[in-house]
Design a protein around this ligand. Structure first.
Ligand SMILES: *Cc1c(COP(=O)(O)O)cnc(C)c1O
Length: 231
């Protein structure tokens, strides 16, 4: 497994897909469970955006790695863990409640910074996935409470398709989020809400995600190889 080669191949593939679908989709390298050495190799290939899903693991990596890395938190985040990442995290991709937003705002305020947030919208037919319904998402965007959160900025939505080989199902799920995004991005605009990002697509479904308007794909396996959770 050779990261340098993987990144070269993947970057070409992404450039081709962006051309094919006239997109400008960005790559977020998902480095969860991977060593700092491997992240440094990817960094040396020019990657600067990395995604993690454990707060303390991300904090450790942040401390040891170059400071021009943008750290994205991509997993389900518990409120009592926000404090570990609030001083440095660039974007939190999977915000699924107003209470979590309130805590992110509170922790960001301590460091006098603004944390970018994506609302995670539930589009899959799998009970195991987290996220908000379209209606719950709009309730958050409309809430008076949200207007008082000066230290967060809602930048878009994140969605995960069902883990399946059925390409049509994946396409329909991504399309539903793309439609919702198109409907809402003009409707909700305020000091802390500017919807311009759609975080969707992983190693197994990124082509369909780009076709359906993704602006940021979250890629782990295709760059870093399979994850070993037993270590
Ligand atoms: C692990 C993970 C990814 C990356 O998955 P791969 O299939 O390895 O590309 C993307 N998004 C989220 C939310 C993840 O947890």
């Amino acid at each position: 497994m050779n990261i340098v080669e993987n990144i070269e191949v993947f970057s070409k593939d992404l450039a081709n897909l962006n051309q094919k679908y006239t997109r400008n989709c960005k790559l977020l390298a998902v480095s969860k469970t991977k060593s700092e050495e491997l992240i440094l190799e990817a960094y040396q290939e020019g990657l600067r955006d990395f995604g993690e899903n454990k707060a303390q693991e991300m904090q450790g990596k942040y401390e040891n790695l170059p400071k021009d890395i943008s750290w994205h938190f991509i997993g389900h985040l518990q409120r009592n863990k926000v404090k570990y990442i609030a001083s440095f995290v660039d974007t939190i991709h999977a915000v699924d409640s107003l209470r979590l937003l309130q805590e992110i705002n509170k922790q960001a305020q301590k460091y006098d910074r603004i944390i970018n947030c994506f609302l995670q919208v539930y589009i899959a037919q799998e009970a195991t996935k987290f996220g908000l319904s379209f209606q719950e998402t709009e309730e958050i965007l409309e809430s008076e409470e949200l207007k008082t959160y000066k230290n967060i900025s809602i930048k878009g939505f994140m969605g995960m398709a069902t883990f399946t080989d059925n390409q049509e199902q994946i396409r329909e799920e991504f399309k539903s989020l793309q439609n919702f995004y198109e409907e809402t991005k003009e409707k909700y605009q305020s000091d802390n809400v500017q919807l311009k990002e759609l975080s969707m697509g992983m190693s197994n479904d990124y082509e369909i995600a780009i076709e359906q308007g993704s602006t940021m794909i979250r890629i782990g396996t295709a760059i870093f190889g399979k994850r070993n959770y037993t270590k």
